[in-house]
Design a protein around this ligand. Structure first.
Ligand SMILES: Cc1cc2nc3c(=O)[nH]c(=O)nc-3n(C[C@H](O)[C@H](O)[C@H](O)COP(=O)(O)O)c2cc1C
Length: 196
């Protein structure tokens, strides 16, 4: 098979839904490693791979997150089998000699240019968050992405020791269809695309 079949496209995109309620079915650490081993292969500029991930798997870990959540996101986050904090490392460029060995100058593009560093980090780490969601769906999980939380609080509670910064959260597990909202419309091709 050189292209994905209709079932795979449905699984990844066409039938996949953002989840608001979860079943109790657990997500193993092996599954989280499997997801990571898929998502890490997604492209990033200069292979910079600036995303960092913290997987909250226990009740205790999720309870530490609770004070940072918006009220509308609290219940669905607390009941998700796993919650991933998608974050990024502002010092991502320190790893470029290892990650981009064919150009050992790459690190210097960033050490001298904070604007480029910021935009490269945010662009590519966000892409990696998307790869995480697609990889999770590919291994049979559902996802519930959320940006309704206090990033500074999450950074303080979970990320301060490493200096990482949070971007968004992703609930991971088997969704309960009872929590799904009606599908919202999407743009048509010519609403948002140009062919030049
Ligand atoms: C980055 C991101 C942040 C989101 N933040 C929230 C959120 O804070 N709370 C929430 O209930 N849904 C959130 N959503 C879910 C979106 O509303 C949902 O993905 C969108 O309406 C499409 O729904 P569908 O995938 O079921 O078609 C977020 C989605 C993304 C990708």
């Amino acid at each position: 098979m050189t292209t994905l079949d209709a079932t795979a496209l449905d699984l990844l995109f066409r039938e996949a839904r953002s989840q608001n309620k979860w079943t109790d079915e657990p997500v193993s650490d092996d599954t989280l490693r499997e997801i990571f081993d898929i998502l890490k292969m997604g492209p990033t500029s200069a292979n910079s791979s600036p995303a960092r991930f913290v997987f909250l798997r226990t009740k205790e870990a999720k309870e530490r997150l609770a004070p940072a959540l918006s009220s509308g996101n609290t219940e669905k986050t607390m009941t998700a089998p796993v919650v991933a904090i998608v974050a990024h490392d502002p010092l991502f460029y320190e790893h470029l000699p290892r990650l981009f060995p064919h150009n050992l100058d790459a690190k210097s593009w960033f050490t001298s240019n904070p604007e480029l560093t910021e935009v490269t980090m945010f662009r590519n780490a966000t892409l990696q968050g998307a790869y995480l969601m697609i990889a999770a769906r590919a291994v049979g999980l559902d996802v519930g992405p959320m940006s309704g939380f206090d990033n500074a609080k999450v950074d303080e509670i979970f990320l301060a020791d490493r200096g990482w910064k949070s971007n968004f959260l992703v609930g991971l597990g088997k969704g309960d269809p009872a929590g799904i909202f009606p599908r919202s419309p999407r743009f048509d091709f010519y609403d948002v695309c140009q062919l030049l």
